[in-house]
Design a protein around this ligand. Structure first.
Ligand code: 0O3
Ligand code: SF4
Length: 336
C-alpha cells in the first residue's frame, strides 16, 4: 500500500496577534486537511435531504457518522437513530449509515418493507466489492480492523465464510488459513497507516505469498489527516484533536500525534472539554479534527484558545482535497 505523500508542507501565517518566533510566544498550528471528508459530507447531506423529502420521523440505522454533535443536531430535527431494522415501523424510510451494512441487513430491511436509502461511503462500498470478489475466487481474506466496528461488521458480512478479522499486529499469531498461497489482506478505511503496515508485515512473515488489496483500503481522507498531523506534531507541546470517542479515525489522530512527537494529545468533542491546565507552560498547540467533525466545533476550540492567549493561528497544509461524491440517486435532484 502506498501512503499519501504530502504535496507540500507549508506553515502559512493566516492570523496573528504577536511575534510568533519570539521566545515564549504562543501559537496554534492548524492542520489542513482536517474535518469532513467526501463520504461524511455525502452521508450528512443524504439525511438532510431525506428529511426534506420524506419529513420526520426519519429513521437512521446506527449513527450516520460517529460524531456526537452531528447526531444530536439531526435528532433535534426529527431523526430517530436505531440499532437494528426491527426497531423501525413497517414501510418507514430508513437510511443506512456511512460505515456500510452487510447483505443480511439489506435483507432484514426488505423483509419489513422498509424504504431504504444507502448513505454508505463509496470508498467503503469499494472494500465490500473487493471482499465479494476475493471470496468468489475462494481466497482467505484477512480483514484488518477493529472488532465490533460497524464498518468491519458490514464488510465481513459480505463473505462471512471467507473473512477473518485481524485486530492489529498482536492478532496475527491467531490467524489460520486453508491455503497459504491464496491469502489476501483488506482493511477498514479509517485505520492508522503505520500500525496497519506493521500488521501486514507480520502477516507477510507468516504468509510470504500474501496478496495486497487492488488499491488502498485506508482511504485518502484518513491518510491525508494523518500526514498533516505528523507534519505538525514534532513542533507541538499539545495537540487537540476534535472528534468523538467512537470515531476510529479521530482516535487514530491522537495516537499518530503522540507517535510523531507531540508532547501531549487529547481528544475533545467540544471546546468546553479543553482543560485550561493542559495549556500550562505550552507554547505551540496543534489542532486537527476527524473526518466526521463539523468545522464549527474546531472554530469553538480556536475561540477558546484565543481567550487564553493563543490568537496566532498558522495553517500546516500537506494536501488539497477536492473529491465530492454524488448523493444517492433518489436524492440527487435535491442537492444544493
Ligand atoms: O470509521 P470511523 O469510526 O472513523 O467513523 P466516523 O468518525 O464516522 O468517520 C467517517 C468514516 C466512515 C464513515 C467510514 O470510513
Ligand atoms: Fe469515506 Fe474515507 Fe470518509 Fe470513510 S473516512 S467516509 S471511507 S472518505
Amino acid at each position: 500500500m502506498s501512503s499519501a505523500i504530502p504535496l507540500n508542507v507549508g506553515i502559512a501565517r493566516s492570523a496573528g496577534t504577536g511575534t510568533i518566533d519570539a521566545e515564549g510566544a504562543k501559537r496554534v498550528l492548524l492542520a489542513e486537511p482536517r474535518g469532513y471528508c467526501a463520504g461524511v459530507d455525502r452521508a450528512v447531506e443524504t439525511v438532510e435531504k431525506a428529511l426534506e423529502k420524506h419529513g420526520a420521523p426519519l429513521y437512521v440505522r446506527k449513527e450516520i457518522v460517529h460524531n456526537r454533535h452531528v447526531v444530536e443536531t439531526l435528532r433535534e430535527r426529527g431523526v430517530i437513530f436505531v440499532d437494528e431494522t426491527d426497531e423501525v415501523p413497517e414501510g418507514a424510510v430508513l437510511v443506512f449509515s456511512a460505515h456500510g451494512v452487510s447483505p443480511a441487513v439489506h435483507e432484514a430491511a426488505a423483509t419489513r418493507n422498509l424504504h431504504t436509502i444507502d448513505a454508505t461511503c463509496p470508498l467503503v462500498t469499494k472494500v465490500h466489492q473487493e471482499a465479494k470478489r476475493f471470496a468468489r475466487d475462494d481466497f482467505d481474506i484477512l480483514l484488518i480492523g477493529h472488532e465490533g466496528h460497524e464498518e468491519v461488521e458490514g464488510t465481513a458480512g459480505e463473505a462471512p465464510d471467507h473473512v477473518q478479522l485481524v485486530d492489529g499486529p498482536d492478532a496475527v499469531d491467531r490467524v489460520r488459513v486453508r491455503d497459504e498461497n491464496k491469502v489476501i489482506w483488506l482493511s477498514q478505511t479509517t485505520l492508522s497507516v503505520d500500525e496497519t503496515m506493521e500488521t501486514v508485515q507480520r502477516l507477510r512473515e507468516r504468509f510470504p505469498s500474501l496478496q495486497d488489496p487492488p488499491s488502498d483500503d485506508i482511504c485518502y481522507a484518513t491518510q491525508n489527516r494523518q500526514v498533516a498531523v505528523k507534519a505538525m506534531a514534532p513542533e507541538c507541546d499539545l495537540v487537540i484533536v476534535v472528534g468523538s470517542r467512537n470515531s476510529s479515525n479521530s482516535v487514530r489522530l491522537v495516537e499518530v500525534a503522540l507517535n510523531a512527537g507531540a508532547r501531549a494529545a487529547h481528544l475533545v468533542d467540544y471546546a468546553r472539554e479543553v482543560d485550561p491546565a493542559w495549556l500550562d507552560g505550552v507554547r505551540t498547540v496543534g489542532i486537527t479534527s476527524g473526518a466526521s467533525v463539523p468545522e464549527i466545533l474546531v472554530r469553538g476550540v480556536l475561540d477558546m484558545l484565543a481567550e487564553h492567549g493563543f490568537g496566532d493561528v498558522q495553517s500546516v497544509t500537506t494536501a488539497n482535497e477536492t473529491l465530492v461524491f454524488a448523493l444517492p440517486r433518489e436524492l440527487r435532484a435535491a442537492r444544493s
